[in-house]
Design a protein around this ligand. Structure first.
Ligand SMILES: [Zn+2]
Length: 79
């Protein structure tokens, strides 16, 4: 899941701060973010929370992205 996560750099991040950048847009409301310094992954949820990306949320996001892609292909939302 997080191949490039570096625990050593994460210690540095805990002293300073993580520097999150969007790594993947799931749909119009949800995106996954990755710390550009240590590689830690976070995600927004359908409830508006900001949580660590675990297997459960990765699975939910894949399902939500599937739906978003299908809606795009069906022309229901602008690509
Ligand atoms: Zn970090």
């Amino acid at each position: 899941m997080s191949n490039n996560f570096s625990p050593l750099k994460a210690v540095g991040c805990s002293l300073t701060r993580h520097h999150f950048k969007t790594s993947r847009v799931v749909n119009e409301r949800i995106e996954e973010l990755c710390c550009s310094k240590c590689g830690k992954q976070m995600t927004k949820t359908i409830y508006g929370d900001f949580v660590p990306l675990n297997d459960r949320y990765a699975q939910i996001n894949r399902a939500l992205n599937d739906v978003a892609q299908k809606r795009k292909r069906a022309g229901l939302v602008p690509a």
